[in-house]
Design a protein around this ligand. Structure first.
Ligand code: NAG
Length: 454
Protein backbone atom coordinates (compact mmCIF):
# COMPACT_ATOMS: atom_id res chain seq x y z
CA UNK A 1 0.00 0.00 0.00
CA UNK A 2 1.30 3.39 -0.83
CA UNK A 3 2.35 6.13 1.48
CA UNK A 4 -0.22 8.68 2.42
CA UNK A 5 1.27 11.94 3.44
CA UNK A 6 -0.44 14.72 5.29
CA UNK A 7 1.55 17.83 4.58
CA UNK A 8 -0.06 20.24 6.94
CA UNK A 9 -1.72 19.71 10.18
CA UNK A 10 -2.85 17.48 11.65
CA UNK A 11 -5.96 19.61 11.55
CA UNK A 12 -9.32 18.28 12.52
CA UNK A 13 -10.06 17.54 8.87
CA UNK A 14 -6.97 15.44 8.60
CA UNK A 15 -7.83 13.59 11.75
CA UNK A 16 -11.11 12.80 10.05
CA UNK A 17 -9.33 11.67 6.91
CA UNK A 18 -7.27 9.45 9.13
CA UNK A 19 -10.38 8.15 10.85
CA UNK A 20 -12.09 7.46 7.58
CA UNK A 21 -9.04 5.62 6.34
CA UNK A 22 -9.00 3.52 9.50
CA UNK A 23 -12.64 2.88 8.92
CA UNK A 24 -12.11 1.77 5.35
CA UNK A 25 -8.94 -0.18 5.84
CA UNK A 26 -9.95 -1.96 9.02
CA UNK A 27 -12.85 -3.43 7.20
CA UNK A 28 -11.38 -3.66 3.77
CA UNK A 29 -12.99 -2.83 0.50
CA UNK A 30 -15.08 -5.64 -0.88
CA UNK A 31 -13.08 -7.84 -3.21
CA UNK A 32 -9.81 -6.03 -2.49
CA UNK A 33 -6.88 -7.43 -0.61
CA UNK A 34 -5.66 -4.91 1.92
CA UNK A 35 -2.13 -4.11 2.83
CA UNK A 36 -0.67 -1.64 5.27
CA UNK A 37 -1.13 2.05 5.19
CA UNK A 38 1.27 4.45 6.75
CA UNK A 39 -0.08 7.83 7.65
CA UNK A 40 2.52 10.53 8.00
CA UNK A 41 1.57 13.77 9.66
CA UNK A 42 3.94 16.69 9.84
CA UNK A 43 3.14 19.56 12.09
CA UNK A 44 4.00 22.83 10.38
CA UNK A 45 4.03 25.09 13.38
CA UNK A 46 4.19 28.32 11.41
CA UNK A 47 0.90 27.49 9.70
CA UNK A 48 -0.95 27.93 12.94
CA UNK A 49 0.45 31.32 13.72
CA UNK A 50 -1.34 34.57 13.39
CA UNK A 51 0.43 37.87 13.45
CA UNK A 52 -0.68 41.22 14.74
CA UNK A 53 0.93 44.09 12.86
CA UNK A 54 0.70 47.82 12.86
CA UNK A 55 2.06 50.24 10.29
CA UNK A 56 2.40 53.98 10.00
CA UNK A 57 3.33 56.26 7.13
CA UNK A 58 5.71 59.18 7.16
CA UNK A 59 6.26 62.04 4.87
CA UNK A 60 10.00 62.57 4.85
CA UNK A 61 10.14 65.48 2.50
CA UNK A 62 8.96 69.02 2.93
CA UNK A 63 7.00 68.58 -0.30
CA UNK A 64 3.40 68.15 0.53
CA UNK A 65 3.10 64.71 -1.02
CA UNK A 66 0.71 63.21 1.49
CA UNK A 67 -0.86 66.64 1.65
CA UNK A 68 -4.56 66.14 1.72
CA UNK A 69 -4.28 62.45 1.06
CA UNK A 70 -6.30 59.61 2.53
CA UNK A 71 -3.89 56.70 2.44
CA UNK A 72 -4.50 53.00 2.86
CA UNK A 73 -2.41 49.86 2.37
CA UNK A 74 -3.15 46.69 0.43
CA UNK A 75 -1.25 43.48 1.26
CA UNK A 76 -0.64 40.74 -1.29
CA UNK A 77 0.50 37.19 -0.77
CA UNK A 78 2.74 35.79 -3.49
CA UNK A 79 1.50 32.48 -4.89
CA UNK A 80 3.75 29.65 -5.99
CA UNK A 81 3.34 30.63 -9.64
CA UNK A 82 4.44 34.19 -8.91
CA UNK A 83 0.97 35.75 -9.07
CA UNK A 84 -0.36 37.83 -6.21
CA UNK A 85 -3.52 37.52 -4.13
CA UNK A 86 -4.90 40.29 -1.96
CA UNK A 87 -4.85 39.18 1.65
CA UNK A 88 -5.52 42.35 3.61
CA UNK A 89 -6.60 45.97 3.20
CA UNK A 90 -6.16 48.53 5.92
CA UNK A 91 -8.73 51.16 6.67
CA UNK A 92 -8.42 54.59 5.09
CA UNK A 93 -6.92 57.22 7.34
CA UNK A 94 -8.50 60.47 6.26
CA UNK A 95 -6.75 63.69 5.57
CA UNK A 96 -3.38 63.13 7.11
CA UNK A 97 0.33 63.65 6.64
CA UNK A 98 1.41 60.87 8.97
CA UNK A 99 -1.14 58.08 8.95
CA UNK A 100 -1.15 55.47 11.70
CA UNK A 101 -3.18 52.49 10.56
CA UNK A 102 -4.92 50.35 13.10
CA UNK A 103 -3.18 47.17 14.16
CA UNK A 104 -4.64 44.11 12.43
CA UNK A 105 -4.38 40.39 12.89
CA UNK A 106 -3.83 38.01 9.98
CA UNK A 107 -3.12 34.26 9.84
CA UNK A 108 0.41 33.59 8.60
CA UNK A 109 -1.15 31.13 6.16
CA UNK A 110 -3.04 34.01 4.55
CA UNK A 111 -0.01 36.28 4.55
CA UNK A 112 2.58 33.92 3.02
CA UNK A 113 1.15 30.41 3.20
CA UNK A 114 3.43 29.67 6.10
CA UNK A 115 6.57 30.34 4.05
CA UNK A 116 8.71 32.85 5.95
CA UNK A 117 10.74 33.86 2.92
CA UNK A 118 7.93 34.28 0.43
CA UNK A 119 7.44 37.76 -1.01
CA UNK A 120 4.76 39.92 0.55
CA UNK A 121 3.86 42.91 -1.60
CA UNK A 122 2.35 46.01 -0.07
CA UNK A 123 0.82 48.79 -2.11
CA UNK A 124 -0.06 52.23 -0.85
CA UNK A 125 -3.00 54.16 -2.30
CA UNK A 126 -4.63 57.51 -1.83
CA UNK A 127 -8.32 56.85 -1.40
CA UNK A 128 -10.72 58.55 -3.81
CA UNK A 129 -14.44 58.84 -3.38
CA UNK A 130 -15.11 57.68 -6.95
CA UNK A 131 -13.08 54.48 -6.51
CA UNK A 132 -10.20 55.54 -8.76
CA UNK A 133 -7.68 55.41 -5.93
CA UNK A 134 -4.33 56.99 -6.75
CA UNK A 135 -1.38 54.68 -6.56
CA UNK A 136 1.29 56.15 -4.28
CA UNK A 137 3.82 53.36 -4.39
CA UNK A 138 4.69 49.85 -3.35
CA UNK A 139 7.31 47.78 -1.56
CA UNK A 140 8.11 44.14 -0.99
CA UNK A 141 9.10 42.34 2.14
CA UNK A 142 8.76 38.91 3.72
CA UNK A 143 7.56 37.47 6.98
CA UNK A 144 11.16 36.97 8.03
CA UNK A 145 11.94 40.64 7.45
CA UNK A 146 8.81 41.80 9.21
CA UNK A 147 9.49 39.50 12.16
CA UNK A 148 12.50 41.68 13.03
CA UNK A 149 9.91 44.09 14.39
CA UNK A 150 10.25 47.82 14.60
CA UNK A 151 13.78 48.59 13.43
CA UNK A 152 15.65 50.29 10.62
CA UNK A 153 15.06 47.11 8.54
CA UNK A 154 11.37 47.69 8.56
CA UNK A 155 11.25 51.22 7.22
CA UNK A 156 10.22 50.98 3.58
CA UNK A 157 10.45 53.64 0.94
CA UNK A 158 7.19 53.56 -0.96
CA UNK A 159 7.97 56.37 -3.34
CA UNK A 160 10.14 59.42 -3.29
CA UNK A 161 10.02 60.90 0.16
CA UNK A 162 7.29 58.63 1.48
CA UNK A 163 8.02 55.84 3.93
CA UNK A 164 5.94 53.16 5.54
CA UNK A 165 7.20 51.88 8.87
CA UNK A 166 6.34 48.78 10.80
CA UNK A 167 5.38 49.81 14.31
CA UNK A 168 4.76 46.44 15.90
CA UNK A 169 4.81 42.76 15.07
CA UNK A 170 3.33 40.28 17.48
CA UNK A 171 3.00 36.55 16.85
CA UNK A 172 0.09 34.65 18.25
CA UNK A 173 -0.29 30.86 18.03
CA UNK A 174 -3.80 29.89 17.05
CA UNK A 175 -5.32 27.36 19.39
CA UNK A 176 -6.74 24.41 17.49
CA UNK A 177 -9.11 21.68 18.37
CA UNK A 178 -6.24 19.23 18.53
CA UNK A 179 -4.53 21.20 21.30
CA UNK A 180 -7.46 20.44 23.54
CA UNK A 181 -7.38 16.76 22.70
CA UNK A 182 -3.58 16.63 23.19
CA UNK A 183 -4.04 18.39 26.49
CA UNK A 184 -6.09 15.48 27.71
CA UNK A 185 -9.53 17.05 27.68
CA UNK A 186 -11.92 14.21 27.92
CA UNK A 187 -13.62 15.09 24.71
CA UNK A 188 -16.84 13.74 23.37
CA UNK A 189 -18.70 12.28 26.19
CA UNK A 190 -21.30 10.85 23.97
CA UNK A 191 -24.89 10.46 24.71
CA UNK A 192 -26.23 8.34 21.96
CA UNK A 193 -29.91 8.72 21.53
CA UNK A 194 -32.35 7.80 18.96
CA UNK A 195 -35.90 8.30 18.30
CA UNK A 196 -38.39 5.59 17.80
CA UNK A 197 -41.55 6.75 16.23
CA UNK A 198 -42.60 7.33 12.69
CA UNK A 199 -45.91 9.02 12.11
CA UNK A 200 -46.28 7.16 8.86
CA UNK A 201 -46.64 3.95 10.77
CA UNK A 202 -48.54 5.29 13.70
CA UNK A 203 -51.49 3.07 12.97
CA UNK A 204 -49.29 0.06 13.59
CA UNK A 205 -48.10 1.53 16.81
CA UNK A 206 -51.58 2.27 18.06
CA UNK A 207 -52.15 -1.45 18.23
CA UNK A 208 -49.06 -1.40 20.38
CA UNK A 209 -47.38 -4.70 20.94
CA UNK A 210 -43.71 -5.44 21.23
CA UNK A 211 -41.88 -6.44 18.12
CA UNK A 212 -43.47 -3.98 15.71
CA UNK A 213 -40.15 -3.65 13.93
CA UNK A 214 -40.90 -6.90 12.16
CA UNK A 215 -42.95 -4.73 9.78
CA UNK A 216 -40.74 -4.30 6.72
CA UNK A 217 -42.10 -0.77 6.21
CA UNK A 218 -40.77 0.38 9.60
CA UNK A 219 -37.54 2.33 9.65
CA UNK A 220 -36.67 0.15 12.62
CA UNK A 221 -37.34 -3.03 10.66
CA UNK A 222 -35.06 -5.80 11.86
CA UNK A 223 -33.94 -7.86 8.94
CA UNK A 224 -31.60 -10.79 9.38
CA UNK A 225 -29.78 -9.66 6.22
CA UNK A 226 -29.30 -5.94 6.54
CA UNK A 227 -29.05 -3.26 9.19
CA UNK A 228 -31.89 -0.76 9.24
CA UNK A 229 -31.25 2.94 8.66
CA UNK A 230 -31.16 3.72 12.38
CA UNK A 231 -28.62 1.01 13.04
CA UNK A 232 -26.45 2.02 10.07
CA UNK A 233 -26.37 5.68 11.08
CA UNK A 234 -25.70 4.82 14.72
CA UNK A 235 -22.84 2.51 13.81
CA UNK A 236 -21.19 4.77 11.25
CA UNK A 237 -21.14 7.86 13.43
CA UNK A 238 -20.67 6.06 16.74
CA UNK A 239 -17.58 4.27 15.56
CA UNK A 240 -15.89 7.47 14.57
CA UNK A 241 -16.89 9.31 17.72
CA UNK A 242 -15.99 6.57 20.16
CA UNK A 243 -12.29 6.95 19.41
CA UNK A 244 -12.41 10.34 21.13
CA UNK A 245 -14.12 9.09 24.23
CA UNK A 246 -11.78 7.94 26.94
CA UNK A 247 -13.97 5.32 28.60
CA UNK A 248 -16.20 4.49 25.62
CA UNK A 249 -19.20 4.11 27.86
CA UNK A 250 -22.20 5.75 26.24
CA UNK A 251 -25.47 6.50 27.95
CA UNK A 252 -28.06 5.56 25.35
CA UNK A 253 -31.62 6.75 25.63
CA UNK A 254 -34.65 6.15 23.52
CA UNK A 255 -37.71 8.31 23.15
CA UNK A 256 -41.15 7.97 21.64
CA UNK A 257 -42.16 4.57 22.95
CA UNK A 258 -44.48 2.82 25.36
CA UNK A 259 -42.65 0.92 28.05
CA UNK A 260 -43.50 -2.35 29.69
CA UNK A 261 -45.03 -3.34 32.01
CA UNK A 262 -47.67 -0.60 32.24
CA UNK A 263 -47.37 0.82 28.74
CA UNK A 264 -46.53 4.36 29.86
CA UNK A 265 -45.29 6.68 27.09
CA UNK A 266 -41.71 7.78 27.63
CA UNK A 267 -39.58 10.44 25.96
CA UNK A 268 -36.49 9.58 27.94
CA UNK A 269 -35.83 5.91 28.68
CA UNK A 270 -32.70 3.82 29.04
CA UNK A 271 -32.14 1.62 26.02
CA UNK A 272 -30.61 -1.11 28.13
CA UNK A 273 -33.67 -1.04 30.40
CA UNK A 274 -31.66 0.22 33.39
CA UNK A 275 -32.56 3.84 34.26
CA UNK A 276 -29.96 3.90 37.08
CA UNK A 277 -27.17 3.00 34.69
CA UNK A 278 -28.03 3.66 31.04
CA UNK A 279 -24.38 3.24 29.96
CA UNK A 280 -23.56 0.85 27.13
CA UNK A 281 -20.05 -0.38 26.36
CA UNK A 282 -18.99 1.11 23.03
CA UNK A 283 -21.06 1.32 19.90
CA UNK A 284 -21.48 -2.44 19.90
CA UNK A 285 -23.06 -2.20 23.35
CA UNK A 286 -25.40 0.52 22.10
CA UNK A 287 -26.41 -1.56 19.08
CA UNK A 288 -27.04 -4.55 21.30
CA UNK A 289 -29.21 -2.48 23.66
CA UNK A 290 -31.05 -1.02 20.67
CA UNK A 291 -31.94 -4.42 19.27
CA UNK A 292 -32.97 -5.69 22.68
CA UNK A 293 -35.18 -2.69 23.34
CA UNK A 294 -36.94 -3.11 19.99
CA UNK A 295 -38.13 -6.46 21.26
CA UNK A 296 -39.52 -5.14 24.54
CA UNK A 297 -40.79 -1.59 24.03
CA UNK A 298 -43.51 -0.45 21.73
CA UNK A 299 -42.94 2.48 19.39
CA UNK A 300 -45.34 5.29 20.00
CA UNK A 301 -45.78 8.98 19.23
CA UNK A 302 -45.67 11.89 19.84
CA UNK A 303 -41.97 12.50 19.39
CA UNK A 304 -40.69 15.11 21.79
CA UNK A 305 -37.11 16.27 21.48
CA UNK A 306 -37.06 18.74 24.34
CA UNK A 307 -36.81 16.16 27.19
CA UNK A 308 -33.69 14.47 25.77
CA UNK A 309 -31.99 17.77 25.03
CA UNK A 310 -32.71 18.92 28.59
CA UNK A 311 -31.51 15.56 29.89
CA UNK A 312 -28.04 16.02 28.36
CA UNK A 313 -28.01 19.76 29.11
CA UNK A 314 -28.41 18.96 32.83
CA UNK A 315 -25.18 16.95 32.74
CA UNK A 316 -23.40 19.48 30.54
CA UNK A 317 -24.42 22.36 32.83
CA UNK A 318 -22.61 20.72 35.75
CA UNK A 319 -19.25 20.77 33.93
CA UNK A 320 -18.03 24.34 33.65
CA UNK A 321 -14.24 23.97 33.39
CA UNK A 322 -14.16 22.66 29.82
CA UNK A 323 -12.84 19.28 30.93
CA UNK A 324 -15.77 17.53 29.28
CA UNK A 325 -17.77 18.29 26.19
CA UNK A 326 -21.02 16.50 25.45
CA UNK A 327 -22.29 15.36 22.10
CA UNK A 328 -25.90 14.43 21.80
CA UNK A 329 -26.56 12.30 18.76
CA UNK A 330 -30.22 12.17 17.80
CA UNK A 331 -31.29 9.82 15.07
CA UNK A 332 -34.80 10.61 13.97
CA UNK A 333 -37.27 10.30 11.14
CA UNK A 334 -37.80 14.03 11.13
CA UNK A 335 -41.19 14.28 12.74
CA UNK A 336 -41.06 16.61 15.69
CA UNK A 337 -44.03 17.21 17.94
CA UNK A 338 -42.65 19.85 20.28
CA UNK A 339 -40.89 22.35 18.02
CA UNK A 340 -41.37 25.39 20.27
CA UNK A 341 -40.03 23.68 23.41
CA UNK A 342 -37.21 22.11 21.40
CA UNK A 343 -36.07 25.51 20.15
CA UNK A 344 -36.16 26.85 23.68
CA UNK A 345 -34.21 23.84 24.94
CA UNK A 346 -31.56 24.42 22.25
CA UNK A 347 -31.28 28.10 23.14
CA UNK A 348 -30.96 27.06 26.81
CA UNK A 349 -28.38 24.40 25.97
CA UNK A 350 -26.25 26.70 23.81
CA UNK A 351 -24.41 28.09 26.84
CA UNK A 352 -23.40 24.62 28.07
CA UNK A 353 -20.53 22.49 26.75
CA UNK A 354 -22.56 20.43 24.32
CA UNK A 355 -23.39 19.95 20.67
CA UNK A 356 -26.33 18.22 19.09
CA UNK A 357 -26.01 16.11 15.97
CA UNK A 358 -29.27 15.23 14.28
CA UNK A 359 -29.35 12.53 11.65
CA UNK A 360 -32.62 12.34 9.74
CA UNK A 361 -33.56 8.90 8.46
CA UNK A 362 -36.40 7.98 6.16
CA UNK A 363 -38.10 9.86 3.34
CA UNK A 364 -39.68 12.72 5.33
CA UNK A 365 -39.26 16.44 4.72
CA UNK A 366 -36.70 17.75 7.16
CA UNK A 367 -37.65 21.44 7.19
CA UNK A 368 -37.89 21.51 10.99
CA UNK A 369 -34.42 19.97 11.31
CA UNK A 370 -32.92 22.46 8.87
CA UNK A 371 -34.38 25.25 10.97
CA UNK A 372 -32.87 23.74 14.13
CA UNK A 373 -29.50 23.45 12.40
CA UNK A 374 -29.39 27.23 12.42
CA UNK A 375 -26.69 27.55 9.74
CA UNK A 376 -28.73 30.17 7.87
CA UNK A 377 -30.51 31.90 10.73
CA UNK A 378 -29.31 31.60 14.31
CA UNK A 379 -31.97 29.76 16.28
CA UNK A 380 -34.02 31.80 18.72
CA UNK A 381 -36.92 31.33 21.09
CA UNK A 382 -39.13 34.06 22.51
CA UNK A 383 -36.72 36.73 21.32
CA UNK A 384 -33.70 35.07 22.93
CA UNK A 385 -30.94 33.91 20.58
CA UNK A 386 -28.72 30.87 21.02
CA UNK A 387 -25.32 31.92 22.36
CA UNK A 388 -23.61 29.89 19.60
CA UNK A 389 -24.51 27.34 16.93
CA UNK A 390 -24.70 23.90 18.56
CA UNK A 391 -26.78 21.88 16.11
CA UNK A 392 -25.62 19.99 13.03
CA UNK A 393 -28.22 18.28 10.86
CA UNK A 394 -27.50 15.68 8.18
CA UNK A 395 -30.10 13.74 6.14
CA UNK A 396 -29.13 10.08 6.06
CA UNK A 397 -30.63 9.41 2.62
CA UNK A 398 -27.94 11.55 1.01
CA UNK A 399 -25.49 8.82 1.98
CA UNK A 400 -27.36 5.70 1.03
CA UNK A 401 -26.48 5.38 -2.59
CA UNK A 402 -27.24 1.73 -3.29
CA UNK A 403 -24.99 1.67 -6.32
CA UNK A 404 -22.01 3.22 -4.60
CA UNK A 405 -19.53 1.88 -2.12
CA UNK A 406 -21.35 1.57 1.19
CA UNK A 407 -18.25 1.78 3.35
CA UNK A 408 -17.12 4.99 1.67
CA UNK A 409 -20.63 6.46 1.98
CA UNK A 410 -20.66 5.76 5.70
CA UNK A 411 -17.22 7.31 6.08
CA UNK A 412 -18.48 10.39 4.25
CA UNK A 413 -21.56 10.51 6.48
CA UNK A 414 -19.46 10.37 9.62
CA UNK A 415 -17.18 13.09 8.30
CA UNK A 416 -20.06 15.44 7.41
CA UNK A 417 -21.83 14.74 10.67
CA UNK A 418 -18.76 15.74 12.64
CA UNK A 419 -17.75 18.66 10.42
CA UNK A 420 -19.05 21.45 12.65
CA UNK A 421 -18.11 19.94 16.00
CA UNK A 422 -14.56 21.35 16.23
CA UNK A 423 -15.75 24.91 15.64
CA UNK A 424 -18.65 24.50 18.03
CA UNK A 425 -16.27 23.12 20.63
CA UNK A 426 -13.76 25.95 20.08
CA UNK A 427 -16.49 28.59 20.25
CA UNK A 428 -17.47 27.29 23.70
CA UNK A 429 -13.86 27.36 24.89
CA UNK A 430 -13.35 30.84 23.45
CA UNK A 431 -16.47 32.31 25.03
CA UNK A 432 -15.54 30.79 28.39
CA UNK A 433 -11.88 31.75 28.02
CA UNK A 434 -10.70 28.18 28.58
CA UNK A 435 -7.17 27.47 27.34
CA UNK A 436 -5.96 23.98 26.44
CA UNK A 437 -3.98 22.19 29.13
CA UNK A 438 -0.33 21.79 28.20
CA UNK A 439 0.17 18.66 26.14
CA UNK A 440 1.59 15.87 28.24
CA UNK A 441 4.78 14.05 27.18
CA UNK A 442 5.76 12.15 25.08
CA UNK A 443 6.05 14.86 22.53
CA UNK A 444 7.07 14.44 18.90
CA UNK A 445 9.54 17.21 18.10
CA UNK A 446 8.49 19.56 15.30
CA UNK A 447 9.69 18.48 11.89
CA UNK A 448 9.93 14.90 13.03
CA UNK A 449 7.13 13.05 11.27
CA UNK A 450 4.77 11.13 13.42
CA UNK A 451 4.22 7.66 12.02
CA UNK A 452 1.35 5.44 12.77
CA UNK A 453 0.88 2.03 11.33
CA UNK A 454 -2.66 0.81 11.07
C1 NAG B 1 -35.12 27.21 29.45
O1 NAG B 1 -34.57 27.82 30.59
C2 NAG B 1 -35.51 28.55 31.37
C3 NAG B 1 -34.74 29.27 32.46
O2 NAG B 1 -33.86 28.42 33.10
C4 NAG B 1 -36.56 27.59 31.92
O3 NAG B 1 -37.51 28.29 32.70
C5 NAG B 1 -37.25 26.90 30.75
O4 NAG B 1 -38.17 25.93 31.24
C6 NAG B 1 -36.22 26.23 29.86
N1 NAG B 1 -36.91 25.76 28.66
C7 NAG B 1 -37.11 24.47 28.35
C8 NAG B 1 -37.90 24.20 27.12
O5 NAG B 1 -36.66 23.56 28.99
Amino acid sequence: MSLFCLQQGPSWKEVLVYQCLCFVFNRGLPGKKCGNIIVKAEEMGNCRESVMMQFCGNKLDKKDFFGKSDPFLVFYRCNEDGTFTTCHKTEVVKNTLNPVWQAFKIPVRALCNGDYDRTIKIECYDWDRDGSHDFIGEFSTSYRELSRGQSQFNVYEVSVCVCVTLLSFLVDIEVTFLDYIKGGHSFLYLALLFHYCTLLLLSHYRTCFPGNPTQPTSLHYMSPYQMNAYAMAMKAVGEIIQDYDSDKMFPALGFGAKLPPDGRVSHEFALNGNPQNPYCAGVDGVMEAYYQSLKSVCLYGPTNFSPVINHVARYAASVKDGSQYFILLIITDGVISDMAQTKESIVNASCHPMSIIIIGVGPAEFDAMIELDGDEVRISSKGRYAERDIVQFVPFRDYTDRTGNHILSMARLAKDVLAEIPDQFLSYMRIRGIKPSPAPPPYTPPGHPLQTQI
